[in-house]
Design a protein around this ligand. Structure first.
Ligand code: DAH
Length: 360
């Protein structure tokens, strides 16, 4: 049959030239499709004599098969090449970290608050909270600070604005966390063991004072709690907090309206070489105020002072954070300077616990 070699050459050439599967399909249709050249030739077989058909039939079939298998070989080749290209382009570095690097950090105040709560939690203290806008009864009177008491002015209290003609006692921004003692006693009764961390406010501003700062209050009331229990609890706390074997405390007689007797507490430390070391050396660092809860304060909290007694203390969170993490200026805590936050901040994924470490 004439022209078969020409057809063969043309189609095998077109198959070799096809750049993608669409081009290959076009070649297939042109040759083997219903109206394809090879198919049309097949149809001519019917009009041939039996002798002609005998030689043309196998030749045409062979051509048809050759083209079909050339197409499928070319198709497989194109698919392999496409896969190889995809593998190259979609290359994935499995050694890259699974998440983008963390950018935010936990503020040292939050970190230290968590650390304090973890340590006192281990000693059996719960966490109590109270409002930052207090009545002056909770902030002062209930704590045995009478209206004429100098503490009211000493504390540089912020008073909330009152509408004209409103003669109710004013609200204040709480000047300490001590009012939470009263709220916790009223809510839970005795016995009770709580700490109360939180923000407090005083109108004062210099390197060691900011109008807003943070305190943690401690309160333990039971039948026979004494100053000895207070001393033990504080020494346990400071050893755990500063991550040293032991910390000696020194109690100095003091006065607070809400405790009797009252003591200011220092911890033993060394400043040798300009670096603070807690628990060793011959210096003392004042860290908190404390005492035995005044009977008047117990009564304000609805607790009978004939039946119950206990200790309380109040400590600056910002101050112990500065000491532990070597932060020189209190004001920087509240500047929101990103460089400072990145430097002094903590990983959000590391919750302070006693067993895994506090300030890793
Ligand atoms: N409230 C005191 C202050 O802000 C600190 C304090 C002293 C709290 C003695 C106490 C305490 O609970 O017993 O300066």
């Amino acid at each position: 049959m004439d022209g078969l070699d020409t057809l063969r050459g043309r189609y095998l050439g077109a198959i070799a030239d096809a750049a993608d599967e669409a081009a290959l399909e076009a070649v297939r249709l042109a040759a083997l499709g219903k109206k394809g050249e090879v198919s049309l030739k097949m149809r001519e077989l019917g009009r041939m004599s039996p002798e002609e058909r005998q030689s043309a039939g196998p030749a045409l079939n062979a051509l048809k098969d050759e083209i079909a298998s050339a197409i499928s070989a070319a198709k497989a080749g194109l698919q392999d090449a496409a896969l190889a290209e995809r593998l190259r382009a979609e290359w994935l570095d499995v050694t890259l970290p699974p998440r983008p690097a963390q950018t935010g950090t936990i503020h040292p105040i939050s970190q230290v608050t968590e650390e304090v709560a973890a340590i006192f939690g281990d000693l059996g203290f719960g966490v109590a909270e109270g409002p930052q806008i207090e009545t002056d009864w909770y902030n002062f009177d209930a704590l045995n600070i009478r209206p004429e008491h100098p503490a009211r002015t000493e504390m540089d209290t912020f008073y909330m604005h009152r509408a004209e003609g409103d003669n109710r006692p004013p609200h204040v921004l709480r000047t300490h966390t001590s009012p939470v003692q009263i709220r916790a006693m009223q809510a839970q009764g005795a016995p009770i063991r709580v700490i109360a961390p939180g923000r407090v406010y005083r109108s004062d501003f210099d390197q060691t004072h900011t109008p807003m700062f943070n305190q943690v209050e401690g309160l333990a009331i039971d039948r026979d709690i004494s100053m000895a229990n207070l001393k033990w609890v504080l020494e346990e706390f400071f050893a755990a907090f500063f991550e040293v074997d032991g910390v000696e405390t020194r109690f100095r007689a003091s006065h607070f309206p809400f405790t009797e007797p009252s003591a200011e507490v220092d911890i033993r430390c060394s400043w040798a070489g300009g670096q603070l070391r807690v628990g060793e050396g011959d210096d003392w660092l004042e860290v908190l105020g404390s005492g035995m809860v005044h009977p008047h304060v117990l009564r304000s909290g609805g607790i009978d002072p004939e039946q119950w007694q206990g200790f309380a203390f109040g400590m600056g969170i910002d101050r112990i954070a500065m000491l532990k993490y070597g932060i020189p200026d209190l004001r920087a805590f509240f500047d929101s300077d990103l460089r400072w936050l990145r430097h002094y901040g903590f990983s959000a994924l590391q919750t302070p616990t006693l067993y895994a470490g506090l300030g890793a």
